[in-house]
Ligand binder design. Structure first.
Ligand SMILES: [Zn+2]
Length: 152
């Protein structure tokens, strides 16, 4: 794991960070390098990302506006296979390996979603984004994190 990945993990829910570290180590033991390319995103950063492919150039990469993504609450990360320090966005088997490890660790993988397949995305199970927003408005990120049940 590189420094940028570690820095991103330092800002998400500690249990998510712990599980993602285990995921990355498990795949490293098999010879695969996985990095964390996205972690916590502020509401403003989420709104900017939402514009991509709509009012700004590029491909649509999210359905969520500020406050509507698990990333806004430090409950999601995006992972990507890396080779020689470069992200391998088309490495389909690599993303499937991430999905298998995520499931094994009790995490949800966006690659298994039906409506908006999001292969890099891995998140904590638990409160919906609507619930998160309610908690957030009454105590910030700490309140959200306190509501996330431990994974067994
Ligand atoms: Zn994501």
């Amino acid at each position: 794991m590189n420094t940028a990945s570690q820095n991103r993990l330092n800002r998400v829910h500690p249990e998510l960070a712990r599980r993602v570290t285990l995921l990355i180590q498990a795949l490293a033991n098999k010879g695969y390098t996985i990095e964390v390319v996205q972690g916590l995103r502020t509401f403003a950063e989420q709104d900017e990302l939402f514009k991509q492919g709509r009012s700004k150039p590029g491909q649509i990469v999210t359905r969520a506006r500020g406050g509507q993504s698990n990333h806004n609450y430090g409950l999601a990360v995006d992972l990507c296979p890396f080779v020689n320090g470069k992200p391998q966005w088309n490495d389909n088997p690599g993303f499937i390996r991430i999905g298998v490890e995520a499931a094994r660790l009790g995490l949800e993988w966006g690659g298994s979603w039906k409506k908006f397949i999001d292969k890099p995305h891995v998140q904590m199970p638990g409160p919906t984004v609507a619930q998160c927003l309610g908690y957030y408005n009454h105590g910030g990120l700490d309140k959200v994190w306190a509501k996330v049940p431990p994974i067994v």
